[in-house]
Design a protein around this ligand. Structure first.
Ligand code: NAD
Length: 344
């Protein structure tokens, strides 16, 4: 089995080499992302392995099929970068449905605490022997209301963390989870009430046609003045320009962003020493009340090992048995209930 691995980073090699060792799989690592310009690199391979900013659109899928590539193995849970409708019946798409919901949920809380307790400011000040507390006043999370959009694996872990802080949770999900509602502590509501009543809003739903720009000018208008927006899910859930305007007008009190709408042009690469072409991102980063991390919420040792183990076993299992429990399927709705190849 020959695998073409795109958008490789050193930490990918370490974990994937570990799980590929001694198995019937040869991996060729490419640093470049998969897209229409680079797809021919997949010539001679049985499968491609891609990450969140590789582009698997109709043209890429057609070319992969022409090249005889049978499988796209995502080493992520999200799959908004794959044209699933187009892929249906042409190429098999496997993913890693869960690798560490704790990694992402804990990062979300880390960003929130950093923001509300001004840790990012304190770190820089004390390195300069500036021990002044001017402008460092935060607020207690205890007793605050947090709106959680998406109560899947990550959203539920995040809710538990928030409950540990004594917060009240307003939850919204298109498909609410059984057994999560808990009186006043966790209450499912509609999006409007969540926007109106939350002190902090955290996004944990996938990017779909329904959720594109879930946070935009209109929804931000409904929010409390000073609301904190936390996005560790996918960039395009938030209209970045609307968010920037709401920060400028002081409607939004702070934003913590691990993902950004146009992140594929910048994230994961070193642009220090360059002039950033994206004015919205540059302006957001310049704000004292905005924290940006570059899609690193998943990046823990545990998650990397789980991603590598599941991806290798997805691919080998698929080529051995012709099916894989982690195959995505457009027809049955891309859900974990899909028993895979049967829907093709
Ligand atoms: P999950 O599938 O377990 O949960 C997603 C939840 O969103 C489900 O409960 C689903 O019903 C709900 N949902 C679907 N459509 C919705 C809608 N229109 N409105 C509200 N809720 C809706 O997924 P997960 O493992 O919890 O991951 C959530 C998201 O986190 C992923 O889609 C991915 O985009 C993102 N993610 C980010 C990172 C990172 O490093 N920043 C890493 C992993 C995942």
């Amino acid at each position: 089995m020959r695998l073409a691995f795109f958008d490789t980073k050193p930490y990918d090699k370490a974990s994937f080499n570990k799980y590929a060792e001694g198995k019937d799989i040869t991996i060729k690592y490419f640093e470049t992302k998969l897209n229409e310009d680079t797809v021919d690199l997949a010539s001679g391979y049985d499968a491609v392995c891609v990450f969140v900013n590789d582009i698997v659109n109709a043209k890429v899928i057609d070319r992969l099929v022409e090249l005889g590539v049978g499988v796209v193995a995502l080493r992520s849970a999200g799959f908004n970068n794959v044209d699933m409708k187009y892929a249906y019946g042409k190429i098999h798409v496997l993913r890693v449905p869960a690798y560490s919901p704790y990694a992402v949920a804990e990062h979300a809380m880390a960003l929130l605490l950093t923001s509300v307790r001004r840790i990012h400011k304190a770190y820089i000040r004390t390195r300069d022997f500036n021990f002044s507390l001017q402008g460092m006043t935060g607020f207690d999370l205890h007793g605050k209301t947090i709106g959680v959009v998406g109560t899947g694996r990550i959203g539920r872990v995040f809710i538990n963390i928030c409950l540990g802080f004594g917060m009240k949770v307003l939850a919204y999900d298109k498909y609410p989870a059984n057994g999560l509602a808990d009186g006043d502590r966790v209450r499912y509501t509609d999006l409007d009430e969540l926007m109106e009543k939350s002190d902090i809003i955290s996004l944990h739903c996938p990017l779909t046609e329904d959720t594109y720009h879930l946070i935009d000018e209109k929804s931000l208008e409904k929010c409390k003045k000073g609301v904190i927006i936390l996005n560790t899910s996918r960039g395009a859930l938030v209209d970045a320009e609307a968010l920037l305007n709401a920060i400028k007008s002081r409607k939004v009190g702070a934003a913590c962003l691990d993902v950004y709408e146009e992140e594929s042009d910048f994230f994961f690469e070193d642009y220090s020493g360059h002039i950033l072409d994206d004015d919205i991102l540059a302006r957001l980063i310049s704000m004292p009340n905005v924290i940006v991390s570059s899609h690193q919420a998943f990046l823990t040792e545990e998650a990397l090992m789980n991603i590598a183990e599941t991806t290798i076993s997805n691919i080998l299992g698929f080529f051995a048995n012709g099916e894989c429990p982690n195959e995505l399927c457009y027809r049955c709705g891309n859900t974990e209930d899909c028993k895979t190849g049967k829907c093709f």
